[in-house]
Design a protein around this ligand. Structure first.
Ligand SMILES: *Cc1c(COP(=O)(O)O)cnc(C)c1O
Length: 413
């Protein structure tokens, strides 16, 4: 596939709306980011880990310590590949649940058929910041004695009924990776509802996540570079150039940022990066309010395009790193990517494939899920989904021209 390229390489919108860091956030300091986030989420207890994936690894180890006979983790068929890798890293077995048709949420009927006495945890996920209803998932979990871990990696700051998303489930994880809103380059948070799960998570973390000065040094330099480069004038260099190089050779995994190491290094985020996070966190609520307004203003424009189906929250009020949507079919989705992915206007993909279609996950995906006709809804979604950045740097005129490209392509026979 030939991708169109921007002729004007002086300006680039990031694929998601990350909270920009100020250089003053980087001044020396030391702080407790877990405590600051607990306060932000209005929960008693939050635990800091080295990434969202690390938080998930810790949560799974903690639950497995509490129920050593249970070894199966059920995840949605379309999600971040790191989720599958985290389960494998814990030595646990994956089971994969399809999504409902044209939805980002797991199919509760298929889920019920996958649950049994071996099920350790089920992972409902708020993909792209869109809130998925977790009550039916919690009911399935209760019926088989499993725990619910909410994957709110992209939803730090989302609310349901006046509470943070995830406060109703046993454990919830949030990511502070690059591109997920608040970032310390790599970081993760877990919250847990009851004292037993909290104690188990704290114990697993103490056992598995040591201080690693070299890794921390590298992350600190990466964070400083990110803070310096995360602006429209420098993103062509930091993000756009590698993106267009990947598109030239049709490497969608690199283009979408979907290539991950098989194992996640667990370690303790250092005090300086925590201080940077605490300073930026003070601006997060205002930033999220303004990008939520932008998203709610733009959603009706997407809804008005015949053939385009934007995703919305099933309940509550989510976060808006991107506007996510379905195109009518693969041909038209791919035509949009061809026209816009390399143009620097923030059009991209959440993830390239449904989990069974990543060749590097072959060994961790159960055989049943790899069959050609398995998981039809998630596989269909993977061929039709698109994201449009909700960065404040994507101006109204550029958004309007994205909409007219979508409309033109939807009209094509
Ligand atoms: C990014 C992401 C993760 C992993 O978080 P990291 O901080 O990158 O390790 C897990 N689940 C979902 C849905 C994600 O988007």
């Amino acid at each position: 596939m030939q991708f169109a390229e921007s002729k004007n390489s002086r300006y680039e919108v990031p694929p998601t709306a990350g909270l920009p860091l100020y250089l003053s956030d980087l001044r020396p300091g030391s702080a407790d980011l877990a405590a600051a986030i607990a306060q932000f989420l209005n929960v008693e207890y939050a635990q800091l880990e080295s990434s969202g994936t690390a938080a998930l690894v810790i949560a799974l180890h903690a639950l497995h310590d509490l129920a050593p006979t249970r070894h199966v983790v059920i995840v949605p068929a379309y999600t971040c590949p790191l989720v599958a890798l985290a389960v494998a890293q814990c030595g646990l077995n994956l089971r994969i649940c399809d999504l409902l048709p044209d939805s980002l949420s797991m199919d509760p009927i298929m889920l019920a058929s996958l649950c049994d006495k071996n099920t350790l945890a089920i992972l409902p996920t708020h993909l792209c910041g869109r809130i998925s209803v977790v009550a039916p998932i919690q009911a399935c979990a209760r019926a088989c004695g499993a725990w619910v871990i909410e994957d709110a990696a992209q939803a730090l700051g989302a609310h349901v009924n006046g509470h943070s998303v995830g406060t109703d489930s046993d454990i919830t994880i949030f990511s502070m990776a690059v591109g997920k809103g608040l970032t310390i380059y790599e970081g993760g948070i877990l919250i847990a509802r009851d004292a037993t799960a909290r104690a188990a998570c704290a114990k697993a973390s103490a056992r598995l996540a040591p201080v690693r000065p070299l890794v921390e040094c590298q992350r600190s330099m990466e964070l400083a570079a990110y803070a310096a480069l995360y602006r429209p004038s420098l993103l062509p260099l930091a993000y756009g150039k590698p993106l267009r190089r990947a598109l030239q050779v049709n490497d969608w995994l690199d283009a979408a940022g979907d290539r991950f190491p098989a194992r996640t290094v667990l370690h303790r985020p250092g005090k300086w990066r925590q201080a940077v996070g605490v300073r930026a966190l003070k601006r997060l609520a205002a930033f999220q309010t303004s990008i939520r307004e932008q998203a709610l203003r733009r959603l009706p424009q997407l809804r008005a395009i015949e053939g385009v189906m934007p995703f919305e929250d099933e309940e509550g009020s989510g976060t808006w790193p991107v506007l996510s949507l379905l195109m009518p079919d693969r041909a038209r989705r791919d035509a949009v990517l061809q026209a816009l992915w390399g143009m620097g206007c923030g059009v991209s993909l959440p993830f390239v494939h449904a989990l069974p279609d990543y060749t590097n996950l072959n060994e961790v995906i159960p055989a049943a899920a790899q069959e050609q006709h398995a998981l039809p809804n998630a596989r269909m979604l993977a061929t039709r989904v698109l994201t449009i950045s909700n960065s404040p740097w994507l101006d109204d005129a550029t958004f309007a021209s994205i909409c007219s490209t979508l409309a033109r392509i939807c009209k094509q026979a």
